[in-house]
Design a protein. Structure first.
Length: 401
C-alpha cells in the first residue's frame, strides 16, 4: 500500500510542476498587462523620447498606463512630458491622482510630490510649490531637489532672506561651497536697503558678503558707489582700484565713478592711473578714457598713438571708431564721403555687438546682470573682452617720442 502511494506521488510530481509553471506564467502575463515595461510598445515610447518626439511618446505611454500602483513610473514620466509640453494642468492631475493611491512606496511618493511641485511652479502656483518642497525637505524625501526648488522659488520672488536660509541648508549637498552665491544674496539685500535709503543696513549686508567671499567684486563696487555718494572720495578711489585686483574685467563698471572721484579730489594723476589699469588688463573703455585724457592734455596725436597700439593687438570696434574720428580731424584733405561710409559701417557693427556675455551658457546682453537670466548662475555674466590678435600677427609700430 505504501509503495502504491509513493508511486502515485511520483506520477503527480510532473503535474504539480506543470501547474506551478502555468500559474506563474499566467501571473507574469497579468503583470505584463499592468506594467509592460519590457514590451515593444514601451521601447517604442522610449525611442520617441530619444528622438525628441514627446507627443508620440505621450500617446504610447497613455495606452500603457493603467491606473495601478505598479505603473507609478509610467505616470511620473507622463506627467513630466505633459509639463515639458506646457500642459501643466494635465501634469498636475496625473501627479495628484498618483499621490492619492495608497499602494505607493515612500520613494515613489517622494518622486510624485516633487514632480507635482514642479508642475505648480510651471503653472505659476509658487505658494503651493513652496509648501510641497518644504514638506519634502522636512520628511527627508527628495531633500536636495526640494531645497533647490525652494531656492529657485525664493530667487523668483526676490526673497533673499529665504535664499540665504536655503543656501546654508544646501551646503552638505554641494561639491564646492556656495560662498559666491551667498555673497550675491547679501549684495541683493544691500541693494534693497539702498533703495529704502537705509545705508546702515546696506553696509551690514556688504560686510556679510565680504566675510563670506572676500573676492566678491560686486560688494566692492557697491561699497565704492556708496562711498562716492556719501562724499568719501578717497575711500571711493581705493575701493574702485581694488576692483582691478578682484576682477579686472569689471573695471569698466567703476570707471566713471573713479574718474569722477579723482576729478573731485583735484588729483592730476588721471593719466597715470588709467595707464596702470590699461597695462594690467587692456579693455576698450579704459583705453578710450585714456585716449581722451591724452587728447585733452597732450593732443590728438598722443591719443591716436595709444588707440593704434591697442588696436594692433585687439579687435575693438569702439576704439576703431574713436581712432577714425581723430584721423578725420587730423586729415583735412581726406574724402569726407569715404570717411562717412567707414564710420557708418563701424557704427552699424557696434549696434549689433553685445557688451556682456555669460561665460557658462553664452547669453548675450546689453546691460550687466549679476544673475544670468538664461542659466540662472550668479556672477557668470561679464563684460565682453575684445578678441585678441595672435601674437605672430600683431602689427607693431615704433613708439613716438
Amino acid at each position: 500500500m505504501i509503495e502504491l502511494q509513493q508511486f502515485l506521488l511520483f506520477l503527480l510530481l510532473p503535474v504539480a510542476a506543470a501547474s506551478g509553471w502555468w500559474f506563474a506564467r499566467r501571473d507574469w502575463r497579468s503583470r505584463c498587462r499592468v506594467l509592460p515595461v519590457d514590451g515593444p510598445a514601451f521601447f517604442r515610447g522610449l525611442n520617441y523620447l530619444l528622438d525628441e518626439q514627446p507627443d508620440k511618446a505621450i500617446d504610447v505611454f497613455l495606452a500603457l498606463a493603467e491606473v495601478d500602483g505598479e505603473t507609478a513610473e509610467i505616470h511620473l514620466a507622463l506627467g513630466s512630458l505633459f509639463r515639458r509640453r506646457g500642459e501643466a494642468d494635465r501634469a498636475i492631475r496625473i501627479h495628484q491622482n498618483l499621490i492619492a493611491r495608497k499602494t505607493l512606496s515612500a520613494e515613489q511618493r517622494g518622486f510624485a510630490l516633487f514632480e507635482l511641485g514642479q508642475d505648480y511652479m510651471r503653472a505659476g502656483l509658487l505658494d503651493r510649490a513652496e509648501l510641497l518642497f518644504r514638506e519634502l525637505a522636512e520628511l527627508g524625501l527628495q531633500r536636495e531637489r526640494a531645497l533647490r526648488g525652494l531656492l529657485d522659488i525664493y530667487q523668483q520672488e526676490r526673497d533673499w532672506d529665504g535664499c540665504l536660509e536655503i543656501a546654508e541648508r544646501l551646503r552638505p549637498f554641494c561639491e564646492r561651497a556656495p560662498d559666491a552665491e551667498i555673497a550675491h544674496y547679501h549684495c541683493e539685500v544691500a541693494e534693497e536697503a539702498r533703495r529704502r535709503v537705509d545705508p546702515d543696513a546696506a553696509r551690514r549686508a556688504l560686510e556679510r558678503a565680504q566675510a563670506v567671499d572676500p573676492l566678491c567684486v560686486r560688494a566692492t563696487i557697491i561699497a565704492g558707489q556708496m562711498a562716492l555718494a556719501d562724499g568719501e572720495r578717497a575711500a571711493a578711489v581705493e575701493l574702485f582700484l581694488r576692483v582691478a585686483e578682484q576682477g579686472a574685467r569689471y573695471v569698466p563698471e567703476v570707471l566713471p565713478g573713479l574718474m569722477q572721484a579723482l576729478d573731485e579730489l583735484g588729483r592730476t594723476d588721471l593719466i597715470a592711473v588709467l595707464e596702470t589699469l590699461a597695462a594690467s588688463r587692456p579693455s576698450g573703455p579704459v583705453v578710450l578714457a585714456l585716449s581722451e585724457a591724452l587728447r585733452r592734455e597732450r593732443g590728438p596725436a598722443a591719443a591716436a598713438q595709444t588707440l593704434t597700439q591697442y588696436l594692433a593687438g585687439n579687435v575693438d570696434l569702439a576704439a576703431l571708431e574713436r581712432l577714425l574720428d581723430l584721423q578725420a580731424g587730423a586729415e583735412p584733405g581726406a574724402d569726407p564721403y569715404r570717411a562717412a561710409v567707414v564710420h557708418e559701417v563701424v557704427r552699424h557693427l557696434l549696434t549689433r555687438q553685445s557688451a556682456y556675455q555669460c561665460d557658462h551658457c553664452g547669453f548675450a546682453a546689453r546691460a550687466l546682470h549679476w544673475q544670468c537670466p538664461s542659466c540662472k548662475r550668479w556672477g557668470s555674466v561679464q563684460p565682453v573682452q575684445p578678441e585678441r590678435i595672435p601674437g605672430d600677427e600683431v602689427l607693431r609700430e615704433p613708439r613716438l617720442a
